[in-house]
Ligand binder design. Structure first.
Ligand code: AMP
Ligand code: ZN
Length: 499
């Protein structure tokens, strides 16, 4: 199959083939676990999941690693290196305040001064949200911890980070500054700037505030970035050859990517567009500087940002949503997933309530089709080849053209289906990528015994023209999360609201 992906590194579409087929080694920059992940973060993660599932449907075996950043991501890391406060410190303060004001129960985080507890709290929340959105996360490790195997925590891999830094010092790509911190020497790496276009010449002549100026006096070049920061007072700290301190954010991903995939050159590395610079530019410099390999990842794929109703998401504008906010409002997680995956990953996605309603209709249509096929044809065969699957795959092979792929599926659903068992099998294959057919507990079925009784009572009330009673029963059903449907032939029925 001819797969083409847009590669940020080469600024063009290229045929995709893994180094060691059928294996694909993919690393996704994961969440900083200092707060609940928002729907923008999940756009990046759902994209990674769809990419993985597409590659699997195309016959590859995908080794996917998505890290959990629980130390060293500073509040100023987007514009400066190592500036500001560790985000875990910010989280600890926030949780302390929440505890004081009674918003946080003792069972959640007993001691907000323990950053590991704070991290665990948000990691568990992230995994819960990721499961709700149908991310394909590995089964839990046998020790009962809630962290799936392919989601490494940065704090568990500090040893590998130190090894990499030692290697970089030995290879003369890193130096210890007069402040005792270890910096990467960007001038030692001629390819610096290749990914983002922020070459050293451009950065030297003023990067528009995009590089650090706090440590100018001790650095050889303003774009040199922090690998290890000695700091005995930091919220999380480790003994190292450079004193007690903590690693820089960028080195974490280089270390975890190589350690967890066992590869020095990956097939695919992903992240949101804000990760391109400085984070991924620095990851390349570090990884290639340490291994001597010409490439750290063959493909670099980045999702554009998600906007809400056309604007940047921000708490002050009241348009900031976490996944759990939306689920609490009664939105089925599969509808959120569908909404996040349906726009092309390289265009800004505009998250709107109207869009969410359209996604709910689409998910309902897919689920109703599956139910119809099931009713008419029983069990689906386990393997099936069908032009719809070929066309669905071909659209996704075209730089993950999800809307084209959905177009194929919905057009086919509108056609006559003579072989329901085969149609069900086709739909299940398609859903191995979309993953919206599974029904979450909050959106289960078309009602239980109790709702069936209420529907009967509603019909009886209506027949005897007791409209007050009919209204009361309808409201009771609606309050329980159902849409009430009336038809002349079937009388009153209910279906779960998806939004
Ligand atoms: P963070 O938790 O800040 O480290 O971000 C986790 C991931 O979410 C990164 O890959 C970011 O690039 C991505 N991200 C953050 N905000 C957005 C957004 N509004 N839209 C899409 N991706 C985002
Ligand atoms: Zn990263």
């Amino acid at each position: 199959m001819d797969i083409q992906f847009y590669n940020t590194l080469t600024h063009k579409r290229e045929p995709f083939a893994p180094i060691d087929p059928p294996h694909v080694y993919m690393y996704n920059c994961g969440p900083t676990v200092y707060d609940f992940a928002h729907i923008g973060n999940f756009r990046a993660f759902v994209f990674a999941d769809v990419l993985r599932r597409f590659l699997e449907l195309a016959g590859y075996e995908v080794h996917q690693v998505m890290n959990l950043t629980d130390v060293g991501h500073m509040t100023d890391d987007q514009v400066a290196d190592g500036g500001g406060e560790d985000k875990m410190q910010v989280a600890a303060r926030r949780l302390k305040e929440a505890k004081k004001s009674g918003k946080l129960t003792a069972g959640d985080v007993t001691n907000p001064d323990d950053p590991y507890q704070v991290a665990r709290f948000y990691i568990n929340a992230f995994i819960e949200d990721a499961r709700a959105l149908g991310l394909k996360i590995a089964s839990d490790p046998p020790n009962g911890s809630n962290i799936p195997l392919n989601m490494p925590r940065a704090t568990d891999h500090v040893g590998k980070m130190m090894k990499l830094i030692l290697q970089l010092v030995e290879n003369r790509h890193a130096y210890v500054g007069s402040d005792g911190a270890v910096y990467y020497d960007v001038q030692s790496f001629p390819d610096y700037g290749k990914l983002s276009g922020n070459t050293l010449d451009r950065l030297r002549t003023g990067a528009g505030g995009r590089i650090d100026d706090q440590h100018q006096a001790v650095k050889k070049h303003p774009a040199d970035f922090l690998l290890w920061k000695p700091d005995k007072s930091h919220i999380m700290k480790w003994e190292s050859p450079w004193g007690v301190g903590y690693p820089g954010w960028h080195i974490e991903c280089s270390a975890m990517a190589m350690e967890l995939t066992g590869r020095e050159t990956l097939d695919i590395h992903t992240g949101g567009e804000d990760n391109i610079f400085p984070h991924h530019e620095c990851e390349i410099a570090q990884s290639c500087g340490a291994t001597g390999k010409p490439s750290f990842s063959r493909f670099w794929m980045h999702t554009r940002f998600l906007l809400v109703e056309g604007e940047k998401m921000s708490k002050s504008k009241g348009n900031f949503f976490t996944v759990r906010d939306l689920i609490a409002k009664g939105v089925d997680p599969a509808v959120i997933r569908f909404e996040l995956l349906k726009a092309h990953y390289r265009s800004n996605m505009n998250f709107t309530m109207k869009g969410l309603e359209d996604s709910a209709s689409a998910v309902r249509r897919l689920r109703e089709a599956a139910a119809q096929f099931e009713k008419a044809g029983g069990q689906a065969p386990t393997s099936v080849s069908h032009p719809v699957i070929d066309d669905f795959l071909a659209a996704l092979a075209d730089d993950l053209n999800v809307s084209g792929a959905l177009g194929v599926v919905f057009k086919w659903l509108g056609e006559v289906h003579d072989d329901p068992a085969q149609s069900l099998a086709v739909l299940r294959r398609v859903d191995s990528v979309l993953n919206v057919l599974r029904v979450s507990p909050s959106a289960a079925g078309s009602g239980d015994d109790n709702t069936a009784e209420l529907c009967k009572s509603l019909d009886a009330a209506r027949a005897s023209k007791d409209f007050a009673a009919a209204d009361r029963i309808r409201k009771e059903l609606q309050d329980a999360g159902y849409e009430v449907l009336t038809s002349k032939t079937a009388g009153t029925t209910v279906r779960r609201k998806l939004i």
